[in-house]
Design a protein around this ligand. Structure first.
Ligand code: NAP
Ligand code: 8YV
Length: 346
């Protein structure tokens, strides 16, 4: 059916008009709601279709006026791209997320409404696994604390840094979420001579590491709990006071996945009261804010979400965001759609 519109309809009235008649059109506008890395912005600008929302004097009225032109959103910061947000764009077809974790995007809602979500898997796996091992070594052998000792002049005034009470030697590690990054961490842990176990929702038949169907049982049996779990409702605070108690006074927690997986106030208490030995955290529930009671723990090593943060790896991630958007504009298969939004057609 062909519809000829004989007068101009603008703004919200236009959206209502199109929706009421179930009219869709291929929208080619690309919305960047928040500032992104130059490689992404340059790549998207080259299409001549980019709308940079943060540059607008009145973002709200800009959105209302341009909503029906937006076919793709490029996102990646802490902006919640939920159903309410996506439904503002009647012709939205793609949400291209900068990051393999896409817990800020409601992918289930997107899938139910014919919107494809893409993320940036694989290109960051080895970098994040390197960071995880670095964080583990820093935490268990107190490397930041010993560096602070040197810089404070204590090596001269007080003598050598005290011997560390913990070690990697002879230890068992339990990996929560043995996905792409979890497996790359496991490969590195094998080289360090650690015994490896894992917990996830399903046992993986092609993996020889010991599987636990219960997180608390795994925490009880291992010395190091390494979380690489995605964020979202199904993992919220699954590392809680009981799991930390099970990990025990020699136990070390490393979190390289998402902050929301750990109950941070239970963790601060466990660190303060030596219910666990130490923690190394790259991610936090309310980034960039880190709770003061975690900051106060000398037995915590705290990194500002740097798992993938090398120029090399961030460029690969950024290029994947651009390539997914360009695939949409060209009517081609997206490169990396997430499981909740399998691609059929645009
Ligand atoms: P992936 O390959 O999709 O692996 C995710 C794993 O999580 C799967 O093995 C899955 O196993 C497990 N999982 C999902 N829901 C679970 C639940 N409710 N309980 C237990 N396990 C669950 O993803 P990836 O590429 O390894 O990335 C993993 C996460 O790392 C990302 O989602 C992101 O949050 C985080 N990350 C952090 C950084 C950083 O800079 N710190 C960088 C990149 C990624 P089952 O399906 O068997 O449960
Ligand atoms: C990024 C990440 O730092 O890929 C992920 O899930 O957490 C990191 O690689 C983040 O997504 C950038 O906002």
């Amino acid at each position: 059916m062909r519809v000829i519109i004989s007068r101009k309809i603008r703004g919200r009235a236009r959206i209502r008009f199109l929706r009421r008649r179930d009219i869709t059109m291929k929208a080619t506008g690309i919305l960047a709601p928040t500032r992104m890395m130059p490689l992404i912005l340059d790549g998207l600008r080259a299409t001549g279709k980019l709308h940079c929302l943060w540059e607008q004097a009145d973002p709200e009225s800009y959105l209302s006026a341009h909503a029906d032109q937006i076919g793709a959103i490029a996102t990646g910061a802490h902006l919640a791209v939920d159903g309410a947000y996506m439904s503002r764009f009647p012709n939205l077809k793609l949400v291209a997320n900068f990051g393999v974790g896409y817990d800020t995007v409601d992918a289930k809602w997107a899938g139910q409404h014919g919107i494809i979500v893409t993320n940036t898997p694989d290109v960051l796996t080895e970098e994040v696994a390197d960071t995880a091992l670095g964080l583990l070594l820093m935490t268990i052998r107190e490397l930041p604390q010993s560096e602070r000792w040197l810089r404070a002049g204590h090596w001269v005034s007080k003598g050598p840094y005290p011997l560390t009470a913990n070690t990697m030697r002879g230890k068992k590690i339990g990996i929560l979420a043995l996905g792409r990054i979890g497996k790359a961490i496991a490969t590195r842990c094998e080289a360090f001579g650690l015994t490896i176990a894992y917990h996830g929702r399903t046992k993986q038949d092609d993996v020889s590491y010991h599987y636990y169907d219960s997180l608390i049982d795994m925490a009880r049996d291992v010395d190091i709990l390494m979380s690489v779990a995605p964020g979202g409702a199904s993992t919220k605070h699954i590392i809680n006071a009981d799991v930390l108690k099970a990990l025990g006074p020699q136990g070390v927690l490393i979190n390289i996945g998402r902050g929301s997986v750990v109950d941070e106030s239970a963790l601060a208490k466990a660190l303060r009261e030596k219910i666990i030995f130490a923690a190394g955290l790259d991610v936090f529930e309310n980034e960039p804010h880190v709770p003061a009671d975690l900051m106060a723990c000398e037995n915590a090593v705290l990194l500002p979400h740097v798992g993938s943060a090398s120029i090399h790896t961030r460029n690969l991630m950024g290029q994947l965001v651009v390539d997914n958007v360009v695939a949409y504009l060209a009517g081609k298969h997206p490169l990396t759609p997430v499981a909740e939004t399998p691609f059929k057609s645009w």
